[in-house]
Unconditional design. Structure first.
Length: 161
């Protein structure tokens, strides 16, 4: 497992994997407040190939996407936690709102997102399919989401939003 500081170092790793004939899987997300749903999802994503690369939104992009109160866990901690999971081979932060540029650069063999997305809604599906890669949708673990955890914490500690 490794956290890449730059896209350049990850591209070198990607090229070595390609030369070895390894099937590279890519997924992305915020991964704030790690929970069982994240772990199940990443384990299933890893089963789609030989190497799993996870793109993680940096703090600024999370705030743009989810509001000023998020993320709860800072980007370096989120990266370290995700990188420590057995299913994950490589982690990289990205600052854009979507991983489109990262997908275009990495050219994964398999792009994975949750089954709550339709294929046409998955950012980068067209890029990956254009060179013969595949897009997989993984069923999410029911009732396991960061928003659910936040709601439980607020309810149990009597905090009203």
């Amino acid at each position: 497992m490794s956290v890449h500081k730059t896209l350049e170092t990850l591209l070198q790793t990607r090229e070595a994997l390609r030369e070895q004939g390894k099937k590279v899987v890519f997924t992305n997300g915020v991964f704030d407040l790690l929970h069982r749903g994240h772990v199940d999802y990443l384990a299933a994503a890893r089963q789609c190939g030989d190497c799993l690369i996870v793109g993680i939104n940096d703090d600024a992009s999370v705030r743009r996407l989810k509001g000023e109160k998020r993320p709860i866990v800072p980007q370096q901690d989120r990266c370290a936690i995700i990188a420590a999971l057995r299913a994950v081979d490589h982690v990289i932060l990205f600052s854009e709102d979507t991983p489109e540029n990262l997908i275009r650069a990495l050219r994964p063999d398999v792009l994975v997102k949750g089954a709550d997305y339709q294929i046409h809604e998955i950012v980068g599906h067209d890029i990956v399919q254009s060179y013969g890669g595949s897009v997989e949708r993984i069923r999410l673990t029911q009732g396991r989401a960061t928003t659910n955890l936040i709601d439980i914490i607020l309810q149990r500690y009597g905090v009203e939003e």
